[in-house]
Design a protein around this ligand. Structure first.
Ligand SMILES: O=C(O)/C=C/C(=O)CC(=O)CC(=O)O
Ligand code: CA
Ligand code: MG
Length: 394
């Protein structure tokens, strides 16, 4: 038998307990929980086959009462001795995409980011569109290209047309960018034709992960009018492997910034779901930005209420991201197009000048939040390396 020791300053203490899907050499992927530097095999510890699956979806579909019961049971079980074969060192497991992604939606909930992108994409117009403070703007993305941290991403090719060019050309993106975001995973679905009020957010949403919403800014700028982002963002969306349950984020809950004008009643919330989470963006090992989630204008409860207000249902595995997290300061910007102001103000990264992401570059986004035992809890990281474009002639 083994007892898992966890240091007091661990970001994966007993107040966190994020869920993921892992495998060990020669074994099938299955659900585990992270404790300190160990991964605990839940099917073995809880003797429940719902965890002997390569995805969190069957467990998430069981709903909030069961999520709470399992978390409580784990609190007790993880204090005691565990079977040796149920405990693995984090360095010895492979982590997989933690859930089967159903639909994927991306919001645009940072006022700082939306204002910056407005200035960069539409310099002759008001930075914020007139709708922006009345509803959380979003678009439907591509669920099948959500990939887990550690998956290399190939630089996308597509049509690009700079403002000073008369016609588009085809080729590798020259303005490959990141977007540091938080993503919310729906566990329990809603009914067809039924709204999810803001107050029911935690009945449906299971937990949160880190997101890097890769964006080819040159492809995007040419294609997006009038229907919005398409191929410039659909080639890859990277997520962190650990789903931090909402129950672990209770200490992180804060009011969103003041919303003026007051939103319509269906978007008002009685209990705050702003989140005090600190992100860190590393570019080839150098910290280039620290976006603060607490600055986000719209809360994830408002995003869920909005995406269902027309009667559209959500289902287990639906995934929606917050949109790029940017704070008011330059070093809090969650996308490089903002950080380098459209490529006009390069930054130094590991001794080299950068504007957008170069082939071979590695980007890591990590985050921490206050935990319930006085310390901090971690989200782990989403780390990606960019590979050169496929250059075969078409
Ligand atoms: O303002 C635009 O036209 C484009 C905005 C974005 O690219 C941002 C986006 O994908 C949503 C977000 O991450 O905030
Ligand atoms: Ca985005
Ligand atoms: Mg801790």
């Amino acid at each position: 038998m083994t007892r898992v020791d966890v240091s007091d300053d661990s970001l994966f203490g007993r107040d966190n307990l994020p869920y993921g899907v892992f495998s060990t050499p020669g074994s099938e992927p299955r659900v585990g929980v992270r404790l300190g530097d160990s991964v605990v095999d839940l099917a073995l510890v809880l003797n429940d086959d719902v965890f002997a699956r390569p995805s969190l979806n069957p467990f998430m579909a069981q709903g909030r009462a069961r999520w709470a019961q399992v978390r409580e049971e784990l609190g007790v079980r993880l204090e005691g001795d565990l079977p040796d074969d149920a405990v693995h060192a984090i360095s010895e497991v492979r982590l997989h995409l933690p859930f089967d992604v159903a639909d994927y939606v991306d919001f645009y909930a940072s006022e700082h980011h939306a204002s910056n992108l407005g200035r960069l994409f539409r310099p002759d117009a008001e930075p914020l569109m007139p709708n922006w403070k009345h509803l959380p703007v979003g678009y439907h993305g591509r669920a099948g290209t959500v990939v887990v941290s550690g998956t290399d991403v190939v630089r996308p090719c597509g049509q690009r047309k700079a403002p000073d060019e008369t016609a588009p050309t085809f080729g590798p993106s020259r303005r490959l960018d990141i977007e540091a975001e938080l993503g919310f995973v729906v566990g329990a679905g809603s009914g067809f034709g039924q709204r999810v009020p803001t107050a029911d957010f935690d009945e449906h949403v299971f937990g949160a992960v880190l997101v890097n919403d890769w964006s080819a800014r040159d492809i995007q700028a040419w294609e997006y009018v009038p229907l919005g982002p398409f191929l410039g963002k659909s080639f890859a969306t990277s997520i962190s492997p650990w789903v931090v349950p909402l129950d672990a984020l209770q200490q992180a809950r804060v009011q969103t910034p003041r919303q003026d004008p007051q939103p319509l009643p269906y978007l008002q919330e009685a209990k705050p779901w702003g989140l005090d989470i600190d992100l860190t963006v590393e570019w080839n090992g150098d910290v280039v930005s620290q976006p603060p989630y607490r600055e986000m204008y719209w809360s994830p409860a408002q995003m869920l209420a909005h995406q269902t207000v027309n009667g559209a249902s959500v289902r287990t595995g639906d995934f929606y991201a917050s949109g790029t997290i940017s704070g008011p300061e330059k070093e809090q910007r969650g996308a490089f197009i903002e950080l380098t102001w459209g490529g006009r103000e390069p930054v130094m990264v590991a001794g080299e000048e950068r504007t957008f992401v170069a082939d071979g570059d590695e980007i890591s986004i990590s985050a921490t939040a206050p935990g319930s035992s006085g310390g901090r809890i971690g989200f782990g990281e989403v780390r990606t390396r960019i590979l050169p474009a496929q250059q075969e002639p078409l």
